[in-house]
Design a protein. Structure first.
Length: 266
């Protein structure tokens, strides 16, 4: 069966960067299937890239997962390839925190290598386009059957760069002190409370809740409330989120990245 490679970046679609990376992979591993997750991550936004990888990868076959959001390209940061303990997925990208949330979701690292000087990289290598010259060819050689040990030098997974994001806390009244982790283009707000954390809380679907002391509905979907009203809901990834039906929860509540959001039963 042909290897599956997923590809995420902040390259956008206006330039040739994504297409050239596809071309490099096709020359080395022509049988591999490349699936683009997104190339619309805001430039240099490592955290959003990490969050998207974490929530998206469970919906893709276990394979190779190439991710490039790399504001320190050509600098001191390492380039890495990591095999996950669960499902044996291989994550390839810069060691800047981009890969760590997905790594945690799949049980941590079983094996990790530094690919900065990989024998698989293209020569001559550009200092500013590691997607083409390093990450894509390494990923392609792994897809074609090369071992992780051949791709680079072994490293201790405990040395991988971490990513700081806030963590929700359960409140005494059965609610949460949560945080605005990300925003989509509709103004919906992703919070740092996942489905499993709702067990035993005081939040009940269909009931009223207080969001920073403003009353809202804990609803199933947007149309469960009238247009213009605020709702709390579980998004498509079973993470708590805020929305305004046909409006913007981010604007309505004046939230910014990492803003504290207090949620309690009303």
């Amino acid at each position: 069966m042909a290897a599956v490679i997923t590809f995420l970046s902040d390259y956008g679609r206006d330039d040739d960067f994504v297409g050239v990376c596809h071309g490099v992979i096709a020359r080395i591993a022509p049988e591999a299937r490349v699936i683009d997750i997104t190339h619309g991550i805001d430039r240099h936004d490592v955290r959003t890239g990490a969050l998207v990888l974490r929530r998206a990868l469970p919906y893709f076959p276990a394979g190779l997962h190439l991710a490039v959001v790399d504001p320190e390209v050509g600098g001191e940061r390492r380039a890495v390839a990591i095999r996950t303990a669960e499902e044996g997925r291989i994550l390839v990208g810069p060691d800047n925190g981009l890969l760590v949330l997905a790594l945690e979701r799949f049980g941590g690292a079983a094996e990790a290598v530094d690919i900065s000087r990989s024998a698989h990289r293209l020569e001559p290598s550009s200092a500013t386009f590691h997607g083409r010259d390093l990450f894509a060819p390494v990923t392609a050689h792994l897809a074609a059957g090369a071992s992780l040990a051949e791709a680079g030098d072994p490293i201790d997974a405990a040395e991988l760069t971490t990513l700081h994001i806030p963590s929700a806390q359960r409140d005494a009244d059965g609610g949460f002190v949560a945080h605005a982790l990300a925003f989509d283009r509709f103004g919906n707000v992703m919070l740092d409370v996942e489905h499993a954390e709702l067990v035993g809380s005081g939040l009940k679907l269909g009931h009223r809740v207080a969001i920073n002391d403003e009353l809202a509905h804990y609803a199933r979907t947007f149309t469960d409330v009238p247009p213009g009203e605020l709702l709390l809901y579980e998004d498509a990834y079973r993470t708590l989120a805020l929305a305004v039906n046909r409006g913007s929860a981010a604007l309505h509540l004046g939230l910014k990245l990492d803003s504290e959001v207090r949620i309690r039963p009303a």
